[in-house]
Write a protein that binds this ligand. Structure first.
Ligand SMILES: Cc1cc2nc3c(=O)[nH]c(=O)nc-3n(C[C@H](O)[C@H](O)[C@H](O)COP(=O)(O)O)c2cc1C
Length: 649
């Protein structure tokens, strides 16, 4: 049978290794380490990705020096006590026949989580994100860090890794040396391009002389920093050319962005076009000739990976998020068996990690629990039950899927004609159509199972009881707030759902009042702008979208401000008087008036739609309320709760 993705599944030589295919697991910090030591969760996480069939695994960033330990959930590779755990990771991946390299990392000045000591950097220029002023490294400290890369690489070799990737991207220490934006040194490490590359060249030289040639040495570089005065493609090409000329590295992986507002570029979310930075990989490829180059960033599907490879932009494709949502993506792509759980690029994974929390996925509940949960093969139920699920939103779909996979007989009621619930509304917001991919996947999985779908049927308590269920799961979602404000006239106040569904009159000058801090309010503000409205975004929080992951917040804040939306933060709504909306500052109490407001849009708070609960309680052996109907929350909570209850039934 001819392969659908011939280039992707062709072998390639990378230094001493021959990879069976060109799909690499890009470095992905999991925050699963414990007390800075590798954990069993990490062993299982990586083994699952190897079992899924990638050609190469690059580990998460592993710390090379004690001056760079942002949290206790990253692996301290410089510490010998990590060796046991690292060996278990490498062994597990090798058991699946996949090679693995360890990404070596010094964060430099970018340690904004919990800087417990003054971070080191080439120059004492504050990290733009946190304002942290780093300590300017002395020559002796530079030597020390160079040695720490080599010593840590040696430990990785001892632990059985096939090589290392030096993290020279995303604005961390190596980038800080490479970039004129962060390196203002006047010694041999600063000034000219040649001098700025010296630190990295020394690291490469010492890693090579320590670990030898039967060991992969790769470098992850920024193809662009997207900051004024930083590395651009031309500079990246100069750097790559110099590195290639050393003949001491085996590949270059190309990424972009740093810890400034350009951080958005390093994990481009669903608002970006697909593969938006492949031209950077191509530019680096043009500079380095035969040296393998790995492209990444929002290359989501095997088809897109194949296109990138066939066009010659790169020799390898790296995926991080797409393998978080589905570790089996390579195997499914190769065999055509099983549907890929497509990453929707929502950045829930990155958001958690950037806050120092363990990684999770919006709808792959097994992330970090691979040893415990196979999302597609939950353990069969010991007793087959008749399960009635009410509500076909995300939580209802997931609970139905899991319950049916376990052998329960499931009836799913959905009062509208379409499955998906609120997710269908979310997917109608500007730039968020990809959100609908999650629903599409869940619906398609549900449709493959013997689940009785009752679409367009409102489930009354009587209709449910008539089925004599052993268990009822209420997944009836939430209700929008009542469109009321003190002093407002009828029709002057509507909700976000009214706006999305085109209900009610919305005037030209609109105040949106955000009580949730989530994507919906931001997205509806963008929708109103797209409809030509003048928008005031009023929120009691200190920023727009506080619950969004930081990179998506950079994106949405920029889009709102560029479109003339006025953001009023820390504001409580007092009342409406005619066309004036009266606000008060949350901290000072000082009143503030927005005049000539024709419509007020309420974005939450929503209420749990618990209507059926009373009529069923004590009449069915088991009743569960899940998702928003338990308490209104986000999509991650809805799916994970659906999954958990599906396993409990
Ligand atoms: C949760 C998460 C953690 C990441 N951790 C790292 C890391 O440790 N080292 C690194 O170089 N890049 C890291 N990245 C960036 C990825 O390697 C990759 O460059 C980026 O996600 C774009 O690829 P993708 O679109 O396939 O996700 C991380 C990305 C995510 C989503």
């Amino acid at each position: 049978m001819a392969l659908v993705f011939p280039r992707l599944f062709s072998s390639i030589r990378v230094g001493p290794l021959t990879l069976s295919n060109r799909l690499c697991h890009a470095a992905t910090l999991t925050n699963f380490a414990e007390h800075n030591l590798p954990s069993q969760r990490q062993v299982e996480y990586y083994e699952a990705r190897a079992r899924g069939g990638v050609g190469l695994i690059v580990s998460e960033a592993i710390v090379v020096h004690p001056q760079s330990v942002p949290t206790s959930v990253v692996i301290a590779g410089y510490d010998r006590r990590s060796l046991d755990g690292l060996r278990r990771i490498a062994d597990a991946v090798h058991r699946q026949g996949v090679p693995m390299v360890a990404q070596l990392w010094h964060a430099g000045r970018q340690q904004l989580w919990t800087p417990i000591s003054a971070p080191w950097a080439p120059s004492p220029i504050p990290d733009p994100l946190s304002g942290t002023i780093p300590h300017e490294m002395s020559r002796q400290e530079i030597d020390e860090v160079v040695e720490s890369f080599a010593a840590t690489a040696q430990k990785m070799q001892e632990a059985g890794f096939d090589g290392v990737e030096l993290h020279g991207a995303h604005g961390y220490l190596i980038t800080q040396f490479l970039s004129p934006w962060s390196n203002r040194r006047r010694d041999e490490y600063g000034g000219s391009s040649e001098n700025r590359v010296r630190f990295l060249e020394r690291v490469i030289e010492r890693v090579r002389s320590t670990c030898g040639w039967d060991f992969v040495v790769g470098v992850k570089l920024n193809g662009h920093e997207f900051v004024e005065g930083g590395i651009d493609l031309a500079e990246a090409q100069r750097i790559a050319t110099r590195l290639a000329a050393t003949r001491a590295i085996d590949y270059i992986a190309v990424s972009q962005g740093n810890f400034s507002k350009s951080l958005e570029a390093h994990v481009p979310d669903m608002h970006f076009p697909r593969a938006p930075f492949r031209h950077l990989a191509r530019g680096v490829k043009e500079a380095v000739g035969d040296l393998p180059v790995c492209a990444m960033a929002r290359i989501v599907s095997p088809r897109e990976a194949e296109v990138v490879l066939q066009s010659g932009d790169a020799d390898l494709v790296g995926m991080s998020r797409a393998l978080i949502s589905d570790p089996d993506l390579p195997r499914k792509a190769k065999t055509g068996e099983g549907e890929i759980r497509p990453c929707i690029m929502c950045n829930v994974c990155w958001g958690a990690v950037s806050l120092g929390k363990p990684m999770l996925c919006v709808y792959n509940p097994s992330v970090g629990r691979e040893g415990e949960i196979d999302p597609d093969a939950p353990p069969p139920a010991s007793l087959t039950k008749r399960v009635v699920v009410v509500g076909g939103g995300l939580s209802g779909l997931e609970v139905s899927r899991v319950a049916a996979l376990r052998g329960h007989r499931v009836v799913l009621f959905e009062k509208t004609g379409a499955l998906g619930g609120q997710a269908n509304l979310a997917a109608r917001l500007p730039g968020r159509a990809e959100f609908g991919e999650m629903t599409r996947y869940l619906v398609s999985e549900v449709q493959k199972l013997p689940i009785e779908l009752r679409l367009g049927v409102e489930a009354t308590a009587d209709a449910v009881l008539e089925l004599s269920p052993d268990a009822v799961v209420l997944a009836t979602g939430s209700l929008p707030p009542a469109p009321l404000l003190p002093g407002a006239r009828g029709g002057q106040v509507v909700t976000t759902w009214d706006v999305i569904e085109g209900r009610g009159e919305v005037g030209r000058r609109v105040a949106l009042i955000d009580a949730e801090g989530e994507h919906e309010s931001c997205g509806v503000a963008e929708l109103l702008v797209a409809q030509g409205k003048r928008v005031w975004f009023v929120t009691r929080f200190d920023m727009v979208g506080p619950h969004l992951n930081y990179v998506s917040r950079i994106g949405v804040t920029g889009r709102l401000l560029r479109n003339g939306v006025v953001c009023v933060t820390g504001a409580e709504v007092k009342r409406v008087s005619g066309r004036t909306l009266i606000l008060a500052n949350l901290y000072s109490g000082q009143e503030h008036r927005l005049r000539e407001i024709e419509t007020v849009v309420l974005a939450g708070p929503k209420g749990a739609a618990t209507g059926l609960l009373e009529g069923l309680r004590d009449k069915v052996p088991e009743v569960h309320a899940i998702g928003d109907c338990y308490a209104p929350r986000d999509a991650t909570a809805a799916v994970h709760e659906g999954h958990r209850v599906g396993r409990l039934l």
